[in-house]
Write a protein that binds this ligand. Sequence first.
Ligand code: ADP
Ligand code: CDP
Length: 215
Amino acid sequence: TGLVVAMDGPSGSGKSSVSRGVARALGLRYLDTGAMYRAMTWWMLQQGVDLADPAAIAARSGEPGIVCATDPDAPAIHVDGVDVGGPIREAEVTGAVSVVAAVPEVRARLVALQREAIGAGGIVVEGRDIGSVVCPDAPVKIYLTASAEARARRRSAELAGTTVEAQQEAMARRDTLDSTRKTDPLSMADGAVELDTTALSLDEVIAEVLRLVKE
Ligand code: ADP
Ligand code: CDP
């Protein structure tokens, strides 16, 4: 089918886990656009690009070859043939990604790559601007939220060596950058359904999204 499910929301709201679960249940592909922004950031750091200089980031943004797999059971991301699935989750990339993602040339390039990967559809796409920019015509748009404390608790359970407090602070900083940037800020898209997952289990959230898809 050509179905596109757009899944947006702040970090730790459950986009990745919910999107993969929904894709698996419906036999759809899955695209993690956050992984693409992280891969771009990893490459900029690797190249020693001055991240305080948006013009320098823009000038190099066409160079890395970023390929994101779309099998929900085998997520993978490569930059120029190098598997960067591990390093893109590390603190250095996480701390820099919002700055790189705010550069319009970076967004234009990655949105084009994302539309290419989406192709004729049959896919769950997660990110920050999927329902508003990448796929404004998606028939199903979800905006996942959860309390700041719940999101920080979930993320620190996944990462070793961080406290909930430190995590909450880092996420708040990134959420502010993501929602106040000039180009395509994180916000609820027209026609999106907001789903607060604070008091729900992962399975309950997946079931609710599947219900919305069938509607
Ligand atoms: P995001 O992609 O929005 O950053 P993730 O899916 O990576 O979010 O992280 C969410 C984490 O929280 C996962 O480890 C997931 O298992 C856990 N989790 C706990 N409860 C829920 C829920 N109700 N909905 C989604 N994820 C949940
Ligand atoms: O998993 P988490 O929600 O923490 O982050 P992510 O989805 O991997 O996204 C990492 C960062 O990429 C975000 O903080 C945004 O700055 C950026 N991003 C974006 O700008 N647009 C998207 N569609 C996806 C991610």
